[in-house]
Each structure stands twice: as structure tokens, then as C-alpha cells.
Design a protein around this ligand. Structure first.
Ligand code: FES
Length: 360
């Protein structure tokens, strides 16, 4: 323990470089501490007799913790490189095991870090000498002898760790710290090699909307052409199993006010049905639900970072960080019991959500 006293106590004169060369590192360290106003009041080796069973047991325990840290880091690399599937699939259209990918990475990285941290703390608590010191405060610049004594202190501290003679600890801490240090590289290089959504039907580019999919409310009721008043807005979903729960399916159905005309994107002028138009609700900036609609101006606001989309410009971003228009759903109707109900005429023509997915 080191404390600072407001009044420097008597400090010993620093030894010359020649005298220091004749001392052991520990003697030079103690002298250096005294010269620096640090009084070591108690210093005791935890295992004065080397190689006892207790010392070996402590060493083995710490080595085991480092080994677990190493294995967890290797496990992270194995999982990242494909031991668990990471590609998202629509509900019912493939393995849902991708749900374990991110938690497994988090658990293994956390375990590896924890093991290295706990191992180092236990090494200090169980194997380093006990020491209690009191330090006086001083402001003078260091002399050359003091620099040498400080270096000796560092060498003694390193020797105290017993790295040279504890080969088991040296190897296991090297393994654990080395594997842990490699993880950022694995994630960085791997992220450049692994392309999400490559193959397997490119499921991230498709939602549950297909031609003929009924448009329903969150309670499963079908949406008819009489439901919304002019200027009204509703969140609707694809009426298929899992459609209401699927994170990429929420869609905004908007009924334009009289006189409001939408300037459609090229090739999408048939997507609107009458004065109804539908856009993905997932903001193209970072994926928040954009649903604050001002019917007089036709502006749609995303509450997360204040992006604004102009519905009359086909949901083009006109303010804020979003750079891509909200994808538009092609709308149609079918007649049932003499009433017109909305259906989709197909999926969104482009990926919904953040613009990252537009990258080739
Ligand atoms: S998520 Fe919509 S503005 Fe950022």
C-alpha cells in the first residue's frame, strides 16, 4: 500500500552507479524506493520456500484460467468462421440457429476477457510478494541514479512475478493474451471476407410480401379500401404466418388527401392504388420505425434522428441523415363478399432498411 504524506520524510542519499552495480535488483529497488521517499514497511514472499505444493496448486489454478481464456478466444474464432450459421432466414424458411451466433460471440469474447483479467489479478494476489509502502510527496527532477534505481524497481517487480521460472503460467498467459489480441484482426478481416446474405436466396433482400399477399392489421383483420379517411395512416403487415412478427414487414399504408399527387419513381407509377400508397416503415438511416406523419405537408418523420421523408416525392429523404427513399410496396385489391381488400402485387423492389444493403 502506498500513501502520500504532505511533509517529505527523511530520504536516504542515492547511491552511485558503481555501488548500484554491485547490488542485487531487490537491494537496488529498496534503496531506490527509500531515495524516492518510499518506505517499504513490509515485504514478504508469499512462498519463501520455492516449489511447495501450495505454490504449485496456485500456479496450476491460474494457468487453468488462462487456458480457458485461450480456448474461449479460439472458440470465438471458430464460431465467427462458420461453426454457427449467421445468415438470417424468414420464419419457416430455413434454420433459425442464426439467433445463437451473436450471443455465442459475445459470451466467448466476454469469457476470454474475464479469464485473462481474473488470471492476472490472481497472479498478483496469490504469487507476488506482499508489500506495504509509504511514500512521501516530492517535486524535484530525477537524477541519473534515481532513474537507474527506478529501472531496478521495475526489474524487481518483473522478477517477483516469477515469469522465468513459472513456465506453465508464461505459456498459458501468452496463449490467452495472444489469442485475445488476434480477435480484432479476425473480426476485421473476416467482416471483409464474409458477406452477409450471400447465397441462400439472398433472404435479407426479400420480405414476406409476395404477389397476392393480403394486407392486414396487427390483429390479423384485412384492410379494406374504405378503412382510412383522407390523410390517414396505418401500420399494416403481410397476412401470412409469421408476417406480423417479422421485423422487416411493417409497412405504412397512407391515404392521400384530395389534391395531393405523388411524383412516382421511375418504373413505379403503378404501385399506388387510387389515393392509397404504401412504404416500408423501416427508416433507411438506421432502421427505426418512421411513422410520425404530417398529413397537410405529406412529411413523414423518423423520431430517432429526425430524418424527414416527403411522401409526395415518393418518400424521398429531404432532411436528416437518411439518404435513401423508403421502399414502396406495389398495391392492388381483391374483392371478397362485395368488398375491396388490399393485397400486395409483389415484394418491395429493393432491400428495406439501412442503405448499407444497397452496396454491391
Ligand atoms: S433511424 Fe431514422 S433517422 Fe436515424
Amino acid at each position: 500500500m502506498t500513501t502520500h504524506s504532505p511533509h517529505p520524510a527523511h530520504a536516504v542519499e542515492p547511491a552511485s552507479a558503481e555501488e548500484l552495480a554491485l547490488m542485487s535488483d531487490e537491494e537496488a529497488m529498496i534503496l531506490g524506493a527509500e531515495a524516492d521517499g518510499v518506505h517499504i514497511v513490509h515485504r514478504r514472499d508469499r512462498f519463501p520456500i520455492r516449489g511447495t505444493r501450495a505454490e504449485k496448486r496456485a500456479e496450476r489454478t491460474i494457468a487453468l484460467i488462462f487456458l480457458i481464456g485461450f480456448l474461449a478466444a479460439v472458440g470465438f474464432i471458430v464460431v465467427f468462421c462458420g461453426a454457427l450459421p449467421f445468415e438470417w432466414h424468414l420464419p419457416g424458411q430455413g434454420s433459425q440457429d442464426f439467433r445463437y451466433f451473436t450471443p455465442a460471440l459475445g459470451f466467448l469474447l466476454g469469457l476470454s476477457l474475464a479469464c485473462v483479467g481474473v488470471g492476472i489479478v490472481l497472479w498478483a494476489k496469490w504469487l507476488l510478494p506482499e508489500e506495504e509502502a509509504v511514500q512521501d510527496r516530492h517535486d524535484e527532477p530525477e537524477s541519473e541514479a534515481e532513474v537507474l534505481m527506478t529501472a531496478a524497481s521495475l526489474v524487481t517487480g518483473f522478477n517477483d512475478m516469477g515469469v522465468a521460472r513459472r513456465s506453465m503460467l508464461k505459456s498459458t498467459v501468452g496463449l490467452a493474451v495472444g489469442a485475445l489480441a488476434a480477435l480484432p484482426l479476425v473480426a476485421l478481416v473476416g467482416a471483409m471476407i464474409k458477406k452477409p446474405n450471400k447465397g441462400q436466396g439472398q433472404s435479407l433482400f426479400h420480405t414476406l410480401w409476395t404477389a397476392g399477399t393480403p394486407v392486414v392489421y396487427s390483429d390479423g383483420r384485412r384492410v379494406s379500401t374504405d378503412d382510412l379517411l383522407p390523410g390517414g395512416i396505418e401500420t399494416v403487415f403481410p397476412g401470412v404466418p409469421g408476417g406480423i412478427k417479422a421485423g422487416d414487414s411493417p409497412t405504412l399504408l397512407i391515404r392521400l388527401r384530395p389534391g395531393q399527387v405523388v411524383k412516382a419513381r421511375k418504373g413505379q407509377d403503378t404501385y399506388q392504388w387510387g389515393d392509397y400508397i404504401a412504404f416500408s416503415k423501416i427508416c433507411t438511416h438506421a432502421g427505426c420505425p418512421a411513422s410520425l406523419y404530417e398529413q397537410q405537408t405529406g412529411r413523414l418523420l423518423c423520431p430517432c434522428h429526425q430524418s424527414q421523408f416527403d411522401v409526395l416525392l415518393d418518400a424521398k429523404p429531404i432532411f436528416g441523415p437518411a439518404t435513401r427513399s423508403l421502399p414502396k410496396l406495389p398495391l392492388g385489391v381483391e374483392v371478397q363478399d362485395g368488398k375491396q381488400y388490399f393485397v400486395a402485387k409483389g415484394d418491395f423492389p429493393e432491400a428495406i432498411g439501412p442503405a448499407f444493403w444497397e452496396r454491391p
